[in-house]
Write a protein of this length. Structure first.
Lengths: 121, 121
DNA sequence: TTATGAACACCATGTTCATTT
DNA sequence: AAATGAACATGGTGTTCATAA
């Protein structure tokens, strides 16, 4: 029946990581899906991390389902016809709460990695 | 055909993490599967990470397939009959090489997490 | 009951396809 | 071609079952 699998509690998942960035980027500037993807790929290139477009859209859709973001379809800056999907907050309190949770997850993940570096080298 | 999927390069995987610990623990003392599991669970309890037994065995079997470790069936210390499986190195150079690779992976993962903490908080 | 292992099922994520502009 | 989205496929990992001592 409604049996749920409990995670082992290893490092945080990519999906959650992307959702965190999406919230922060929405706080800072107006961006749409593929533009966000470009920016993240650029930022993380030096780290060998290259997210794919599907994963990013899934993260976006998660945030919408959770009532944190909503879509706003608008003409892309500078163009005449191309419509793109921007995002804005529906419930900023929820967004902040999510960020707080993720802070804990990041700290925890960092601690696990640091312990491994200490224990094995 | 032999199409392989390329990873996005996010954080390191649990399996690799466990393999690293298995190598280091084999360097230090004679242990068998479930004992290793107990120890790891104890060590990572404060971090909310609790690996399961199957994943640990899979990591062990990986190392065997890769020619790094081999099994040695022995009577469990202090008991008369219970046979358990200990491990020893087949190719210690390979083991060291793997550790070197994982060091890079851990550093990379740590850097990604630290960047996220810096970017989002 | 402890120990090892494999089978199985589910979840996370990468690849491909469809549609629109 | 750029953008969004969904369908599909595969890989990672948690749960369950089998077997032995």
């Amino acid at each position: 029946m409604g049996e749920k699998r409990k995670p082992s509690g290893f490092l945080l998942k990519q999906r959650a990581f992307l959702k965190l960035y999406l919230i922060t980027m929405t706080e800072k500037k107006r961006l749409y899906g593929l533009k966000i993807l470009d920016e993240l790929r650029e930022e993380f290139r030096p780290f060998g991390y290259r997210p794919n477009h599907s994963e990013l859209y899934k993260a976006l859709h998660d945030l919408i389902k959770e009532g944190i973001l909503r879509q706003v379809k608008r003409k892309k800056e500078g163009t005449e016809f191309q419509e793109v999907v921007y995002y804005q907050f529906v419930d900023y309190e929820k967004a902040k709460k999510y960020k707080r949770q993720l802070k804990a997850e990041l700290d925890r993940s960092k601690a696990i990695i640091e312990k491994a570096l200490k224990d094995n080298y």
